[in-house]
Design a protein around this ligand. Structure first.
Ligand SMILES: [Mn+2]
Length: 350
C-alpha cells in the first residue's frame, strides 16, 4: 500500500500554485467579491484568446453567483461558434449597470475599440481589473495582472483560478483551452512552456475536449476555400532556385473556386512554408483592377517590413503588406524584380 501511495504521488500533477504574486491575487479577489454585476471585455477584432478568456472567466464567476456579461466590439468569427456561452456575448455595455469591468488580453482601454469609444466616461470611473499577457501592456486597471511569460491570457486565468481556489466548470475549461490553443497555434509556437502544458492539463481534467476546439479552427475548411488554396498554389511561380515564390488571386480566381474574398487568409504563409522558400509574396486584386494588395512573408535575413515600407506599406520583419495603385500584372513584375534583387544583393554580399 505504501509503495502504491509513493508512486501515485510521484505522478501527481505539478502544482500551479505560487506563479502569480499572492498580493495581486488577493487584490483581484477583493474587487471580484465586492462586485455583483461584472462586464468582461474582449479586445476588438477578437481572437480565440480574448474571447475564450472573457467567456471562460464569465463561466467561473457565474458559478460564484455573479452576473456576468462578456462584451466585444466586434462579432466573433464563425470558427468560434462551438464556444459555450458565445450567445451571451454583447457588443456594447448597454445601460452601464456594472460595478466591475474585467479587461482581458489587452492592457489599454483603446484596444476595446467601439466599446471604449461609446462608454469612455463610464470606463474611466468604473473599478477595473486588467488581466493580460502582452509585454507592451501598461495596465488599465486598479489591479493589473500582466504576465508576459504566459503564452495566453487563458493560461493566466488558469493560474488565477488555481491560486484563488475558484471553481472550474467544464464550459470554462473549453473556453480557456481555446485561448491557449489559438495563442500557441496548438502548442507549436516558442511561447509554449511546461507551465502552458500544465495549465492545459488542468483544463483537460476539468473536461475540456481539444478535438472540439481544434477541428473547426485548424482542420475543417469550406470546399471553395480548399480549392482556392489549391489554385493559388498551382499558379505559383518561383525564382532564385525556389528561394522566392509568388502567386496571385483575382476576381476570376475566386469565381473559378466559388470562393469569396475572406477565404484567402494566410495564403502567403502557405507559400512561405514550401520547402526552400525564403521570401513568399501573395498578390490579390478584387473589385478594383487598378489596386493590388501584397502580402509578404520573409525568413531571415530578409525583412518584410523594410521591403513593404519602401512600397508604401508596413508590418513586421517576418510578415508585412502593402497596397499598390497599379494593376496586378504590373504590381507583380515590379515587386518580384525588387524581391529578386534583394536575394541577389544578399548573395553578392555574403
Ligand atoms: Mn492572447
Amino acid at each position: 500500500m505504501r509503495e502504491a501511495h509513493t508512486s501515485s504521488s510521484a505522478l501527481a500533477a505539478p502544482s500551479l500554485q505560487g506563479h502569480l504574486h499572492p498580493t495581486l491575487v488577493q487584490q483581484a479577489m477583493s474587487l471580484i467579491e465586492q462586485a455583483q454585476r461584472i462586464a468582461l471585455l474582449a479586445h476588438e477584432h477578437p481572437d480565440g484568446d480574448c474571447l475564450g478568456s472573457a467567456l471562460g472567466f464569465a463561466h467561473i464567476l457565474r458559478h460564484m453567483g455573479k452576473v456576468c456579461i462578456p462584451v466585444c466590439a466586434d462579432p466573433a468569427p464563425d470558427t468560434f461558434s462551438f464556444m459555450p456561452g458565445l450567445d451571451s456575448l454583447q457588443h456594447t455595455l448597454g445601460d452601464e449597470q456594472f460595478d466591475l469591468v474585467i479587461a482581458l488580453d489587452a492592457g489599454e482601454l483603446t484596444r476595446f475599440g467601439a466599446v471604449y469609444e461609446q462608454h469612455k466616461d463610464f470606463l474611466q470611473r468604473v473599478p477595473k481589473l486588467n488581466i493580460d499577457h502582452h509585454i507592451s501592456s501598461a495596465g488599465c486597471g486598479e489591479v493589473n495582472i500582466i504576465e508576459p511569460t504566459a503564452a495566453a491570457t487563458g493560461e493566466l486565468l488558469v493560474l488565477f483560478q488555481q491560486q484563488a481556489g475558484l471553481p472550474l466548470p467544464q464550459e470554462a475549461a473549453m473556453c480557456l483551452l481555446t485561448g491557449i490553443i489559438t495563442d500557441t497555434s496548438s502548442f507549436q509556437f516558442t511561447n509554449t512552456t511546461p507551465r502552458t502544458m500544465e495549465a492545459a492539463a488542468v483544463l483537460l481534467r476539468a473536461g475540456a475536449i481539444p478535438e472540439v476546439i481544434v477541428r473547426p479552427i485548424y482542420r475543417s475548411r469550406p470546399l471553395p476555400q480548399v480549392r482556392l488554396r489549391a489554385l493559388v498554389t498551382t499558379q505559383a511561380q518561383t525564382a532564385c532556385a525556389g528561394r522566392l515564390i509568388w502567386s496571385y488571386a483575382t476576381d476570376e480566381t475566386l469565381a473559378a473556386c466559388g470562393a469569396n474574398a475572406t477565404m484567402d487568409d494566410n495564403m502567403s504563409g502557405t507559400l512561405r512554408d514550401i520547402e526552400g522558400v525564403q521570401i513568399a509574396a501573395f498578390f490579390k486584386s478584387y473589385g478594383n483592377p487598378h489596386e493590388t494588395r501584397l502580402s509578404l512573408r520573409c525568413m531571415e535575413p530578409y525583412n518584410a517590413a523594410e521591403i513593404c515600407l519602401a512600397l508604401g506599406g508596413g508590418g513586421h520583419a517576418r510578415a508585412a503588406g502593402a497596397t499598390l495603385n497599379m494593376p496586378i500584372q504590373e504590381a507583380m513584375s515590379h515587386v518580384v524584380a525588387t524581391l529578386q534583387h534583394a536575394i541577389e544583393q544578399h548573395d553578392s554580399e555574403a
